[in-house]
Ligand binder design. Structure first.
Ligand code: IPE
Ligand code: IPE
Ligand code: MG
Ligand code: MG
Length: 260
């Protein structure tokens, strides 16, 4: 578990938690368990995604994948335990316990994002689509599930602790949903554009597994355009927040243009 979580990674989801907290007016230290919980779910998802039965990858975050470093049983169990730990961290935090309603709502966000309507559902669709040509709508559904749902939850969970009007929350959710899709379109593009050493994971994995991706469906230029359009739509939704959204805006640029 330590090897999988503490061995690098960009920590984009925790950063989104803190940036969203800045927008919604939540103290940074209150958000530590929220940031930890989303990263634990993410780390678990990578361990399982790399397993031989799934994407069968040997390299992650510049090091052997967990099942390569240890063995398959260890990787399966480490992933399972990381998932449980994420919920423990959120449910057992004393500061959050002082806000029980918000705490339960955040637990529900995380469970929905990780489960059949979110990440695991998206991963199941992704696996089922291997070797098949899928249209853009189908692909969007996969990406919003496997990657978008947890990114959306990272941004929306802090809003349960802050004070936002209904309209403000709806606008934040537009941003949260779209930037999650941008993240995975960029991930598909990096697998085409970038080398294995820079990515710290196998750049040939998508093509080797015959995955449908945005570049394979829309072409590289089409995928770039779709990512940029979706990012602009996301950013438009934050216009009413003024300077409070600066950190989220910065992260949205990073997500669109990142090189690893
Ligand atoms: C990679 O996520 C897997 C996806 C969901 C696209 P990241 O690019 O955030 O991976 P790390 O955490 O930086 O290794
Ligand atoms: C990752 O999708 C999604 C999850 C781990 C939930 P990918 O399989 O496309 O991501 P990488 O390229 O292995 O990081
Ligand atoms: Mg995968
Ligand atoms: Mg993978």
């Amino acid at each position: 578990m330590r090897y999988s979580v503490l061995g690098g990674g960009k920590r984009v989801r925790p950063l989104l938690v803190y940036a969203s907290g800045e927008l919604t007016g939540v103290a940074e230290e209150t958000l530590d368990p929220v940031a930890a919980a989303v990263e634990l779910i993410h780390a678990y998802s990578l361990v399982h995604d790399d397993l031989p039965a799934m994407d069968d990858d040997d390299l992650r975050r510049g090091r052997p994948t967990t099942h390569r470093q240890f063995d398959e049983a260890t990787a399966i169990l480490a992933g399972d335990a990381l998932q449980a730990l994420a919920f423990e961290v959120l449910a057992a935090d004393p500061k959050l316990a002082a806000r029980p309603q918000a705490q339960v709502r955040m637990l529900a966000w995380l469970a929905r994002a990780a489960g059949p309507a979110g990440m695991v559902g998206g991963q199941a669709l992704d696996m089922a689509a291997e070797g098949r040509q899928i249209d853009e709508r189908g692909l969007e559904r996969i990406h919003r599930g496997k990657t978008g749902a947890l990114i959306r939850a990272s941004i929306m969970m802090p809003s349960e602790l802050g004070l936002l009007s209904g309209d403000e929350r709806a606008n934040l959710d537009v941003f949260a949903r779209d930037i999650g899709l941008v993240f995975q379109i960029r991930d598909d593009l990096l697998a085409v554009d970038q080398d294995t050493a820079t990515l710290g994971k196998n750049a040939g994995s998508d093509s080797g597994n015959e995955k449908s991706t945005y570049p394979s469906t829309l072409g590289v230029e089409g995928a770039r355009r779709r990512a940029a359009e979706t990012q602009r739509h996301a950013v438009d939704a934050l216009r009413t927040f003024g300077g409070r959204s600066d950190a989220l805006l910065w992260l949205s640029e990073f997500i669109l243009n990142r090189s690893s």
